[in-house]
Design a protein around this ligand. Structure first.
Ligand SMILES: [Zn+2]
Length: 301
């Protein structure tokens, strides 16, 4: 994204460091992310969007090869460089490989430590640090390529997953449940929406106990009634108290509790199948600790 940007490479380093010092990393089965194919990405995105990002990436690589700088600005917050295309297709590919492994029964669940994130990426445009909607692509892939009939998406990022809603709104094979700070970027998600979208806008300074109550009262009955065959998580950790991109007050124990509630539904209805993919989380210490809490529950540690 360029120097000084919160969506920085150090985010993944902070997660790795935390998994190393706590020993959690030793308990995990690690896999490299393959590249997603354009035809799989087009399960959730317009062909023109995929082609235009590919073209931009190739143009940037040519500029770098010719000794030039290499950033293309997508929106005021989002820039692309010569490596972004590769990173974006691998971020999507991670979610697809995880979906394959979980449906094949090789793994009960998986977490994808990826950048760039995905949940703001809309069907036909990139925005908000996101290029391809990793979770929406994987959800459609589970339905179309693996023949699942119902999948749920849980989004606990502090920002509204407008891209996921744009792509999957009205697709009755998908139930999406989320909470998000409102008003806050991208200033959407409140008001009328399709019946398969369970949007819970909450004001700044909402803390864990209030979020847990909303989850018990609103998410859980909908998830129970829907009986998803698999659950995808847009795992953003920027609702953490220490994260400056939002003003919510979650802490590590809240992420642990939310993950255990998701796991409860997955064990009951989905043969435990969960694929979680990293979205936001910009305070490096809080991100490392929160991912650790999330993984301890997923991996039964
Ligand atoms: Zn976010």
């Amino acid at each position: 994204m360029g120097p000084g940007h919160p969506e920085c490479p150090e985010r993944l380093g902070a997660i790795e460091d935390r998994l190393l010092v706590t020993g959690v990393g030793d308990a995990l089965d690690r896999r490299e992310a393959p590249a997603a194919s354009p035809s799989d990405i087009e399960l959730a995105h317009a062909r023109m969007h995929v082609a235009s990002l590919r073209g931009l990436g190739e143009g940037l690589a040519d500029q770098v090869a010719a000794g030039g700088g290499g950033y293309a600005r997508i929106d005021p917050d989002t820039a692309m460089n010569a490596h972004t295309w590769n990173a974006a297709v691998r971020a999507a590919g991670a979610a697809l490989a995880a979906t394959d492994a979980v449906i094949a029964g090789e793994l009960e669940n998986a977490f994808c430590a990826v950048r760039p994130p995905g949940h703001h990426a809309c069907r036909d445009h990139a925005m908000g640090f996101c290029f391809f909607n990793n979770v929406a692509i994987a959800a459609r892939y589970a339905l179309e390529r693996h023949g699942l009939k119902r999948v749920a998406i849980v989004d606990f990022d502090v920002h509204h997953g407008n891209g996921t809603e744009d792509i999957l709104s009205g697709d009755e094979r998908v139930l999406m449940v989320s909470f998000f700070q409102h008003p806050l970027y991208p200033y959407s998600g409140e008001g009328a929406h399709a019946g398969n979208m369970v949007n819970l806008p909450v004001p700044a300074y909402t803390r864990g106990p209030a979020i847990r109550e909303l989850i018990e009262q609103v998410w859980m009955p909908r998830l129970e009634a829907f009986k998803p065959e698999m659950i995808f998580i847009s795992a953003g950790f920027d609702a953490h108290r220490d994260d400056d991109l939002g003003q919510l007050g979650l802490v590590e124990s809240d992420y642990q509790w939310i993950t255990s509630k998701i796991k409860e539904v997955a064990r009951k209805h989905s043969s435990g199948r969960i694929v979680s993919s990293l979205e936001g989380g910009y305070n490096l210490d809080a991100l490392g600790r929160s991912v650790e809490a999330h993984l301890r529950v997923l991996a039964d540690l």
